[in-house]
Design a protein. Structure first.
Length: 172
């Protein structure tokens, strides 16, 4: 069931990544990759550990979001959540790329329990998502149904620069 609710907030940066470490602490760019904003640990309003990043709103954003989720979950030793959380992140970011406006998409991954994470995606559109019934031959329109099926709960809330769509994956 869709709920309009606040997502775990971010109150500021801390523990900036060490230069050149790659992985969950930061990204290195090579000559063939585009330079992208780093994702990094942040302090959440709830006190739970979080990582936050910003991706250009283009066709590569969903792949970059999957890499971020997989790496963060590896840091937190949560391999059982990787497949579901990657798919949830990919669907939420893809929706933001397709339906929102603005140059970028934000994503925060917050550990909300022993074996539970919240993936929150922000974009520049104030329009909240809604579940659709996709036609039998439709190639789109099933993403939020996947998110609903893979998550404990999900929802959307207006925020200062548009909206935040979030989903909680895992148990505990």
């Amino acid at each position: 069931m869709t709920r309009t609710s606040m997502v775990p907030g971010v109150s500021g940066d801390r523990n900036e990544p060490e230069p050149g470490t790659g992985g969950a602490a930061g990204h290195r760019s090579t000559g063939t990759q585009r330079s992208r904003p780093p994702w990094h640990p942040v302090a959440s309003a709830t006190g739970h550990p979080s990582y936050s990043g910003v991706f250009p709103r283009d066709e590569r954003a969903a792949g970059e979001a999957r890499v971020m989720v997989a790496t963060v979950l590896a840091v937190w030793d949560l391999p059982r959540l990787v497949a579901d959380a990657e798919l949830v992140a990919s669907e939420l970011v893809t929706n933001a790329v397709r339906h929102a406006r603005g140059p970028d998409v934000g994503m925060t991954v917050t550990r909300t329990g022993h074996a539970r994470v919240c993936v929150a995606v922000t974009d520049g559109s104030p329009l909240l998502p809604r579940l659709r019934v996709a036609g039998l031959l439709a190639e789109t329109g099933r993403g939020l149904r996947l998110v609903e099926g893979l998550s404990r709960d999900w929802g959307a809330a207006p925020c200062a620069r548009g909206k935040s769509v979030w989903a909680e994956v895992g148990t505990g």
